[in-house]
Design a protein around this ligand. Structure first.
Ligand code: AGP
Length: 597
């Protein structure tokens, strides 16, 4: 969702630095942006003394600049993903109070803003925007008439309902008052300079020493120090910074046209890294599952499909029943959980609101929480009892690829560890990495590019599979939908004849995953059913078959075949998007991390 970047230090080009920080957060998806600074020497703002100077625009940052903003060493910026109020310059953040001496940036939704706004208007406050966020600036203005600014921010935060992260500044002192519940906020510690951001990846060019604010903690940050306290108890919190393990190179596209393609090509090495270095971690998580009485894998979107594949993996490999639930639905049927239950949440960002909500409700039931997550220090990472870091590095494409494959690789290792065959799991991953590497060679890439050219004008397509190829089909359909905007339906192949077959007509593209496993024959039967109705059959298998009208070769890797198969779906979605002149990194309407319900 929205991006936040704030700077306090000795540089005089704070506005440029803030704009650069916002660009590092662009991958999260947004529709407008804004930067606010306090001019050096305390506010020679364009409208006189002691004012905050702001530039706000709709659309992407692109080649925009903030040259007209005065030199400053203190300020912040925000990229907005519209919730309340349309996409306009005025609705963009930061929002100001009536006198332009207070500015606020905000992530989240103020559920009680109408009542708060009514009271403020009664007290004479004038509003510029249609947003819920602007009321925060005016509320702080109202409270700070009688109490110190930080206390006014704290009192404002405590009067907001909903999950929010806010940073407020005023012209009296160059310090940020930052407070959150739900949406993430990270403090970055530099040399005579400090930062705040909504995502640790934006801090990498400046520092690797960070502190992830916990829910209901407030930080007062200036260029020299940060103090943190609990907003409910006022008790101060000892800050223990952690060191980010990511490398700055991972945050850049390099020679790739898009982050998504770079991240797809990073996958074979990530799988090998997991195979060779994560067996101990996998064994620990396997032990936790073994001791639990009822384990549930939950996630959203692609993470849900990985969770779904876990049901097949644990059954096939470890003869262990593990349940699966879409996280946004789990809250409606988790009443049976108890203190022997285990809920393992899968998430790239560790900030997906639906997943966090399900986990928090499960905790209330006494369940232990496991997390397979990519972002160190993220909310999910911090609230989990058992943590497993995916280690895929920062993932910038909105469509999840390497983090998804990283989750899947860990699940395979955990399933084999649970069966007491951890080293076999390692071998399966090594096979899967080799099969993926082969798939990424130019001949196979060109074969998929050619298929994308064939399919780019289609409006509908179907993707089918059985067993592990069923979640593979769901994930492939999602990749096609979310970045090429072509409707694709993922199906359990056996379900075709129970209805969807009615949709197959001459030329309907039907993608069939047919690995050489126990589902092979039945999957081919499904392909024949579709072919008999005119379907155009795209076969993905280790060897071709006469029923295939188009064939993509994928070497088998036992249960690991799901990995190269999913990579076929990633590549097809990517090249369809590029064929249609779309931006595969930033698909319309979507955000990298969905931190609202
Ligand atoms: C994946 O391509 C999508 N962008 C989306 O489904 C994503 O997987 C989902 O929002 C969950 O995100 P998370 O892994 O960060 O929790």
């Amino acid at each position: 969702m929205c991006g936040i970047f704030a700077y306090a230090g000795n540089r005089s080009d704070a506005s440029q630095l803030i704009l650069h920080g916002l660009k590092l957060l662009e991958y999260r998806g947004y529709d407008s942006w804004g930067v606010a600074v306090i001019p050096r020497g305390k506010g020679e703002g364009k409208r006189g003394k002691n004012e905050i100077v702001v530039k706000k625009r709709i659309g992407k940052i692109g080649d925009a600049n903030v040259n007209e903003l005065p030199s400053s060493s203190f300020g912040f910026g925000h990229t907005r993903w519209a919730t309340h109020g349309g996409v306009t310059n005025v609705n963009a953040h930061p929002h100001l109070d009536c006198f332009n001496t207070i500015a606020v940036i905000h992530n989240g939704i103020v559920e009680n803003y109408e009542q708060l706004k009514k009271n403020l208007i009664k007290n004479g406050h004038k509003f510029q925007s249609e947003t819920d966020s602007e009321i925060i600036a005016h509320l702080i203005e109202e409270y700070s008439k009688n109490i110190p600014f930080p206390k006014a921010v704290q009192k404002t935060f405590n009067s907001l309902e909903g999950l929010n992260a806010i940073i407020a500044i005023n012209t009296k002192e160059e310090q940020f008052c930052a407070v959150k519940n739900g949406s993430p906020l990270v403090i970055g510690f530099g040399k005579n300079e400090n930062f705040l951001a909504s995502d640790a990846a934006a801090l990498l060019p400046y520092t690797k020493q960070v502190y992830f604010l916990e829910d209901n903690q407030m930080a007062i940050v200036n260029k020299d120090k940060a103090d943190v306290f609990d907003v409910a108890t006022n008790r101060s919190v000892l800050i223990k910074p952690i060191t980010l393990e990511w490398d700055i190179k991972q945050s850049h596209k390099g020679n790739y046209p898009y982050f998504m393609l770079k991240e797809i090509h990073e996958q074979p090495d990530i799988i090998l890294e997991i195979a060779n270095s994560r067996l101990n971690e996998a064994m620990k998580m396997a032990e936790v599952i073994k001791k639990s009485h009822g384990a549930y894998l939950v996630g959203c979107g692609s993470a849900a499909y990985v969770a779904n594949s876990g049901v097949y993996l644990f059954s096939k490999v470890a003869k262990r029943h593990v349940n699966f639930a879409v996280a946004s639905e789990f809250s409606y049927h988790l009443d049976f959980l108890n203190d022997k239950s285990l809920v393992i949440a899968l998430s790239q960002s560790g900030e997906t609101m639906d997943t966090l909500e399900a986990v928090k409700r499960a905790k209330v039931k006494g369940a232990k929480i496991g997390a397979i997550v990519n972002v160190l220090g993220s909310t999910l990472y911090r609230i989990a009892d058992y943590k497993l870091l995916i280690g895929a590095g920062p993932e910038k494409g909105v469509a999840s690829t390497k983090a998804l494959i990283g989750k899947l690789s860990h699940l395979i290792l955990i399933a084999y560890s649970l069966a007491g065959k951890g080293n076999q799991g390692k071998e399966v991953l090594i096979k899967a990495a080799a099969s993926s590497k082969k798939l990424l060679q130019s001949t196979n890439i060109n074969n998929i590019k050619k298929l994308a050219k064939l399919l780019k004008t289609k409006s509908h397509m179907f993707v089918i599979g059985r067993g592990l190829s069923y979640p593979t089909s769901l994930e492939t359909a999602l990749k096609i939908k979310e970045i090429s905007y072509i409707h694709a339906e993922g199906l359990a192949a056996g379900e075709l004849k129970h209805g969807p077959l009615a949709l197959i007509e001459k030329g309907t593209p039907c993608i069939v995953f047919a690995p050489q496993d126990e589902t092979h024959g039945a999957n081919l039967a499904g392909a024949m059913e579709m072919k008999a109705r005119g379907g155009y059959i795209i076969g993905i298998s280790n060897k071709s078959h006469e029923v295939f009208d188009y064939y993509i070769q994928v070497n088998d890797a036992l249960e690991g075949t799901i990995i190269p198969n999913i990579i076929v779906g990633q590549l097809l979605g990517y090249y369809l998007s590029v064929e249609k002149d779309l931006d595969p990194d930033k698909p319309r309407n979507l955000a990298k991390s969905v931190t609202v319900k």
